[in-house]
Design a protein around this ligand. Sequence first.
Ligand SMILES: [Zn+2]
Length: 267
Amino acid sequence: MRKFTNITAPHGITTRKGGVSLGAFESMNTSFFGVDNPSHVFANIKRALNELGITSKTIVATQQVHSNKVLLIDSAFDFDTLKKIDTSDSDLSEYGLYVASETDGLMTSREDLVLMTFYADCVPLVYHDEESGYIATVHSGWKGTAHLMGQEVIKKFNHLGIPVTHLNIGIGHCAAVCCYEVDEPVIQAFRENFSNDQMTAFLIPKENGKYMMDLKQANVIALMKQGITLSQIEVNDDCTICNAEEFHSHRRTGYPRGSMSTFIAKK
Ligand SMILES: [Zn+2]
């Protein structure tokens, strides 16, 4: 489990360690969308929540499509608009587990919810504003990063009229610059929203015409473009691709593979 020191709400991002899943999913796989045994996945999620000391019993997870959609869940939110997952006769039988389709980010100020997003190389972002009580988590792969997905939560704060000066943000383990090679079509997508100067801060050109990309730094720049300062952001150093013992990585293994998750709650 990895945590951020600048975020005081109960939160964490799982690794591949400490679970009960087998084979390609070994051992901590938190995704119930794939072919892993659901009872193993639910046991893993319960273990993660216990380790983090999260007591809230309603989990809202994303079914991610590399979109820029952040779902704001307020007190009047209608849970019938979400898909309910059957967790009966599992370690999560006391929990409500809901899925937001075609959504890549979640945000709430409610005390009864756990927000959950999924990863295997893409960038996890975790947000917490102690003053307003809002928490959020966002999945930002290269597409999300190119389209400034990390900014969407900031825009929601702006829309709510809440200043973001007290907002803290964590950027978690993902494909890092040591291993994440990209080609021209990916670079092209970034040119839409990043200047040449900004792009030189997260790209290293290679002799083969490709680039090594620092997705974490690209997300830092995207957040700073929206008024966030460096002092508000904590960046984890780990690379999911080159540390096979610690992390699941889609780039390294393809399917079948496990997924890691971000969890954040207010209690
Ligand atoms: Zn690496």
